[in-house]
Ligand binder design. Structure first.
Ligand SMILES: Cc1ncc(COP(=O)(O)O)c(C=O)c1O
Length: 567
């Protein structure tokens, strides 16, 4: 690839490749060019000093500053060695289990079926019993309160190395919650939303007992759909009882055999499942990498379908607004330019960005100052910023009318519970200011301020932080499996609840803590959490950032993509 093509973004503007240890493979253009500089005072606490941030010009009306620091070689090697040691010990312990020196607790075939083909697949079991089990206490902790800025956790202990847990009868009170997707702080049991939901429960009950097409179509569902369409600035919307099913059941209604799906490599499982169920051909482009996407689009137009070379019936690009493991924001202006250039359709999943991004909380379209009509299919969930459940699809009236008739989710699934509908309606009206207050707007602004502050402080402490400066999802790299569990446990000892994520949810050498910032966090809570994170970071030697130390890298784009399913 020539230098000029490698460095050109979809708008034809020249961008710089990653430098200073930033990871180019993630999106091709990690550090944007400095076409203008803007103070971000808006999102700062008064005592903080502010530096400029960078911006891509042309298509981007606002600064777009996103970085991924490359995993240092030594750390990568040490992480592989740790997994190697775990695997060796795993084989040794399996040997002991086989010969009954050690008790085996994992599911295994019944004695009378021992000669059957094993039902429980072996390698997944191997990983579960020998790696995951050692650190299982970091996950599935029972929460016994609202998942607000603080929460209560049920204390539990294990006497058999995490195979089983016992409750001690104690509750860990007021743990600062850095893990729930409660971006705007609406997941509460008090306040207008909770009161409205309780009131509606008295009138409608909780269950609906039917699908939308039969007797499960309530007046409040229709009110919610009109509100969602108004909120997003589109003609029409449809809501579903489950966010996951909104993707997995509606993508197959839109595309099928002979269609091509171009999917970001880090898309959520619900999008992946929807794509697979559709029986379309799926090609995967590098995360948020416009060169990779454009290459696939160009190839799709030039070569058409395999063997017959007929044109694809439809090309659908699947992306998310905010990627929940990387904290990155989709390069929407460039994707819209590409999809228009190659006449493809765009499906945007705003599960994490709706409510959490943009000056009006209307998601990634609002964030970039774009027109929602440029996105063909707008999808989102109510499980994050709205503190509720369910999902929506929004767009043109034709799209929604079509889905009402063809979506499995609409035809066969019971519709959304009335108190859930009411929670969403009240939240959304609050964000839109239709409740006559500015509370919603203030929450949106507070979230942006908190996220920006939290990220900046972690970076200053020397942690490796992934993602976009404006993203409320803040991944902090820990790399090694032992540090992953140690971090979770040490933070809980200090009364801070965090989520840690490792393989297979992340690449094997990129285990991380994933913080979710909320508008409900006060500055005192954030400062307290930051101090504890710093203390634990020193204890575990986890302040890995080498941003100022690395020489500049000038790597070229690796053109390898892979195809998941070929006709
Ligand atoms: C991008 C994305 N889409 C869809 C979903 C599924 O949504 P829900 O959890 O509301 O079922 C999630 C869940 O986290 C998600 O992150």
């Amino acid at each position: 690839m020539t230098e000029s093509s490698a460095n050109k973004s979809a708008n034809g503007k020249v961008c710089h490749r990653a430098t200073n240890g930033l990871k180019p493979g993630k999106n091709g253009f990690v550090k944007s060019n400095y076409l203008y500089q803007q103070q971000e005072n808006k999102y700062c606490y008064p005592e903080e000093k502010v530096h400029h941030i960078a911006c891509n010009g042309g298509m981007y009306k606002r600064p777009f500053n996103e970085s991924f620091e490359e995993t240092p070689m030594l750390l990568a090697v040490l992480t592989y060695v740790s997994y190697g040691v775990l695997t060796l010990f795993g084989y040794f312990r399996d040997f002991l289990r086989e010969w009954k020196f050690e008790k085996c607790n994992i599911a295994s075939e019944r004695d009378e079926q021992k000669h059957f083909v094993p039902l429980y697949q072996d390698f997944e079991n191997f990983y579960t019993r020998n790696v995951y089990m050692r650190i299982r206490d970091s996950w599935n902790r029972p929460v016994c309160s609202v998942p607000g800025a603080k929460m209560d956790l049920v204390e539990r202990v294990s006497h058999d190395y995490n195979w089983t847990f016992e409750y001690t009868g104690k509750v860990l009170k007021d743990v600062i919650n850095l893990g729930s997707y409660n971006y705007l702080g609406f997941a509460e049991n008090t306040g207008v939303c909770a009161e409205a939901a309780a009131e509606v429960t008295k009138k409608y009950g909780v269950g609906v007992g039917s699908t939308r097409q039969e007797l499960g179509n309530l007046d409040s569902h229709e009110e919610l759909e009109k509100l969602v369409a108004r909120f997003l600035g589109v003609e029409s919307a449809m809501v579903f009882g489950m966010g996951f099913a909104t993707n997995s059941m509606n993508i197959p209604a839109l595309v099928g055999k002979g269609c091509l799906i171009l999917s970001d490599e880090l898309n959520h499982t619900s999008l992946v499942l929807g794509a697979r169920l559709s029986r379309s051909t799926i090609r995967v482009f590098k995360h948020n990498n416009m060169q990779s996407l454009e290459k696939l689009l160009r190839d799709a137009i030039v070569h058409g379908q395999p063997r017959t070379h007929r044109p694809w019936k439809k090309i659908l690009i699947l992306v998310e607004g905010i990627y929940s493991m990387e904290g990155s924001i989709v390069r929407l202006p460039e994707i819209i330019a590409l999809k228009n250039k190659y006449k493809a359709y765009l499906y945007l999943d705003e599960a994490h960005s709706i409510g959490a991004l943009g000056p009006n909380g209307r998601g990634v379209v609002d964030y970039f100052g774009l027109d929602s009509r440029d996105v063909d299919v707008m999808m989102g969930t109510f499980t994050k910023s709205f503190g509720a459940a369910g999902g929506y699809i929004a767009g043109t009236k034709e799209l929604i009318d079509y889905l009402r008739a063809h979506s499995h989710s609409a035809v066969y699934a019971t519709s959304m519970s009335p108190p859930v509908v009411e929670q969403i309606v009240t939240c959304m009206k609050c964000i839109m200011g239709e409740d006559g207050t500015t509370i919603g707007r203030e929450q949106v602004h507070q979230l942006a301020k908190n996220a920006s502050y939290f990220r900046r402080r972690l970076r200053k402490m020397g942690f490796t932080i992934y993602g976009n400066n404006d993203s409320p999802v803040v991944p902090m790299m820990l790399y090694m499996p032992a540090k992953l569990s140690a971090f979770g446990r040490e933070m809980l000892k200090r009364n801070i609840g965090v989520v840690v994520v490792g393989f297979p949810a992340t690449p094997i050498i990129e285990a991380r803590a994933r913080f979710c910032i909320s508008a409900a966090h006060t500055k005192e809570m954030l400062d307290m959490a930051l101090n504890m994170i710093s203390e634990v970071g020193d204890l575990l030697n986890a302040k890995y950032s080498r941003r100022r130390m690395l020489p500049s890298l000038d790597q070229t784009f690796d053109e390898t993509t892979y195809e998941e399913d070929e006709d």
